[in-house]
Design a binder for this molecule. Structure first.
Ligand code: GLA
Length: 707
């Protein structure tokens, strides 16, 4: 068993293969369907299923009266068939009797309305009654099945925060006050932190503090930020309630909760610290032909949350979802390339929501491995083929993605730049900015890891990387800046984006303004943030190029000795520096003061990468992706074609394609949605793949993924 940084051991998931399967809801079907399920699961190569996620009412139909019989029987059938069990604690949603007995445990929205039973997740994360019952149910399941030989790991709750991530009820208000007392000690501390002299908001009693419901005007930004932090922590406490029970009853079984990719509302760095394995649910939108680029960033985060260890793709869709306005199915071949993309990025599993397509209820139109036409459904044919193919990739299990570039993911800055109405512009926000920067790096040929803002201090060193980018580090404290400085001085390249180093953790503007604690390292000062009106676009000159500046610029002044790489070329700021670079120690620190168009970002990051001595593609392609997972002896380079047009990669060395079983030449051409996984002896430097210039640019469609 491996050790976590704090000495806590990591329990391994009990499965000896890449996991393949999905959510399984046998309680929606009669038992004669179960045998058919098992037969078809084996045919499809399924070796793990997740259940009984939403089955509390079926397991405890009345308070204290359990019905384990059906679960005993299906677990036995699965085990006999050699299918491992990702066993849920069944606490994703409360039974109606619990909610009716304790209406106070229902969540409230920001307008003070209590949310009604009839969907799922009808609970307030802070509710003591809910927590007590969750602990009770978890214990009951753990005691009954903790020794089951088919048990692979515990699946705690389900997608925390999917429907209710914030609650404004009276219980949450009491909990918020306790959280604030712990953070600030006394009321003076809170008043000081929240800057209450503005607009006369001084508090004279803890009881006067409410959850931030609708107020006459903009709410105090630090209160909003603290409510985001508190709400994430409240859910984390709920997670810990179950972890404590499971650690006590089954100390050797791995625990996880399934994440929702790059999800704003929960600080996944802190959640991942508590669990043994990171698991993720990924639903790239088939309507957006570039959604795999967003997925690559999500997966970069997933593998980084536990320092590069393999994670598990626990849910994805075999074709269409049913929760978007328009649920477009996946083109033939897309299931394969999207699933293998997750494996390329470090997943040791491909799992779907769900095994058998529902006959009724909210998700009956959601695709599944086994569609409504059963064995004859296209999704079954494609997932069966994928399940068989996955066995060929067994050698990659346990190997790790090697990446030379990392992007700082910081929930505080994300919340700070999106919770408040009182900002210079709503057009610059953490997530779209991070996605845009990642996209440029990805299309230049680099898989990107995520790093925590605190660097080594937070347990995630920057040192394994050549380039670290911080697209929008709005909230920054001195120790975080020190960690970035140390990275640069030891030879790293740091790129800091606009509106960074602006405020401290209580949202107080740093003395002298932005970039605050990074001022010396970057050698620049921001005099004024200068957002650009809708409908206008400014420009900056960058070498021989003119780059568009669509929404955000800054009045920037640079110290002598700082290299000006780009200057504003239009508008009020014409002639002022826009993009700078300063060397420090044996590295360099860049500041990019503007939001740039996708093309502009590619120009700048190509320059950044090459100046740092890293390769960057000449032929920018959204469709062609290459990612390398390595073990001690072998590099496994995944080549992925995310479009219907063929694409050709140039390989640094020829190797064996694990999927086709044949030797490659020094180029590999992939047809529509094609994939190759080329095994070569481990090279000192991560293989970098260029393309022959056949790839056509793909335009992004508006998508939730890009929001
Ligand atoms: C989430 C949930 C599942 C299901 C899927 C549908 O991932 O965890 O229960 O609702 O969405 O896409």
């Amino acid at each position: 068993m491996a050790q976590l940084p704090d000495g806590e051991r990591i329990r391994e998931v009990r499965i000896d293969a890449l996991a393949y399967g999905g959510d399984y809801n046998p309680d929606q079907w009669s038992e004669d369907v179960w045998r058919e399920d098992i037969r078809l699961m084996l045919d499809a190569g399924v070796n793990m299923v997740s259940l009984p996620i939403f089955s509390w009412p079926q397991l405890e139909p009345e308070p204290g009266v359990y019905d384990w019989g059906w679960l005993d029987r299906i677990l036995e059938l699965l085990h006999e068939a050699g299918i491992r069990i990702d066993l849920a604690t069944a606490t994703a949603t409360p039974p109606s009797w619990l909610l009716r007995a304790h209406p106070e445990m229902a969540p409230w929205d920001a307008d003070g309305h209590r949310l009604e039973f009839g969907s799922r997740q009808t609970y307030c994360p802070s509710s003591p009654i809910w927590r007590e019952n969750v602990a009770r149910m978890t214990r009951a399941i753990a005691e009954r099945y903790g020794d089951h030989p088919g048990l692979a790991m515990w699946h705690i709750s389900n997608e925390y925060g999917d429907h209710v991530s914030r609650c404004w009820c009276p219980e949450s208000a009491r909990h918020f006050r306790r959280w604030l007392q712990e953070r600030y000690g006394d009321l003076d501390g809170l008043n000081e932190a929240w800057g209450v002299n503005v607009w006369g908001q001084r508090y004279t009693s803890w009881d006067h503090i409410e959850t931030p419901k609708k107020a006459p005007g903009p709410v105090n930004p630090t209160k909003l930020l603290d409510f985001e932090r508190f709400s994430s922590d409240a859910m984390l406490e709920l997670f810990q309630v179950e972890i404590d029970v499971l650690r006590e009853v089954t100390p050797d079984i791995a625990v996880t909760t399934n994440f929702m990719s790059m999800f704003r509302d929960l600080d996944y760095w802190r959640f991942a610290e508590r669990e043994d394995v990171v698991t993720d649910d990924a639903y790239p939108d088939p309507m957006d032909p570039t959604s795999h680029v967003g997925a690559a960033l999500n997966y970069g985060l997933m593998r980084s949350l536990k320092g590069g260890r393999p994670w598990l793709l626990l849910e994805s869709s075999a074709s269409a979802t049913s929760w978007r306005d328009i649920n477009v199915p996946k083109a033939p071949g897309k299931i394969r390339v999207e699933s293998l993309q997750a494996v390329a990025h470090g997943s040791d599993a491909v799992m779907f929501f769900q095994w058998r397509q529902a006959k009724y209820g909210q998700e009956k139109f959601h695709s599944s491995m086994l569609g409504h036409r059963g064995e004859r459904s296209r999704s079954f044919r494609e997932t069966r083929a994928l399940g068989r193919e996955l066995r060929l990739l067994e050698p990659v299990r346990g190997s790790r993605v090697r990446s030379r570039v990392a992007l700082v993911v910081d929930w505080d800055s994300w919340w700070g730049s999106s919770a408040s109405e009182s900002l210079p512009s709503q057009r610059l926000q953490w997530a779209p900015q991070a996605r845009a920067w990642h996209r440029a790096l990805a299309t230049l040929g680099h898989p990107v890891d995520a790093v925590r803002a605190g660097g080594a201090a937070a347990g995630t060193p920057f040192d394994g990387y050549d380039v670290v980018v911080a697209p929008n580090l709005y909230i920054l404290e001195q120790p975080q800046a020190d960690a970035l400085r140390a990275f640069v001085e030891r030879g790293g390249t740091l790129v800091v984006g606009p509106f960074s180093g602006v405020v401290d953790a209580t949202e107080k503007v740093h003395d002298g303004g932005a970039p605050g604690p990074l001022r010396d390292l970057l050698g620049v000062e921001v005099d004024e943030q200068w957002p650009i009106a809708d409908g206008r676009t400014e420009s900056l000159s960058y070498g021989d190029d003119v780059l568009e500046v669509p929404s955000w610029s800054e009045w920037l002044e640079a110290d002598g000795g700082v290299e000006i790489r780009g200057s504003y070329a239009s508008g009020e700021l014409a002639g002022l520096p826009a993009i700078t670079r300063r060397t420090a120690g044996s590295g360099s620190a860049w500041y990019v003061s503007a939001m740039l168009s996708p093309e502009g970002l590619v120009t700048v990051f190509r320059d950044v990468l090459r100046t740092a001595g890293l390769p960057a593609r000449d032929e920018v392609s959204v469709q062609a992706e290459a990612v390398t997972r390595s073990d001690d002896t072998t590099d496994y380079t995944f080549l992925l074609n995310h479009a219907a047009d063929p694409v050709t990669f140039r390989l640094p060395v020829a190797g064996l394609d694990l999927l086709s079983g044949s030797e490659t030449g020094d180029t590999v051409t992939l047809d529509a949605y094609g994939v190759a996984v080329v095994a070569t002896p481990r090279a000192a430097q991560v293989p970098f793949l260029t393309l022959t210039p056949t790839a056509r640019p793909i335009q992004a469609a508006p998508s939730k993924e890009l929001a």
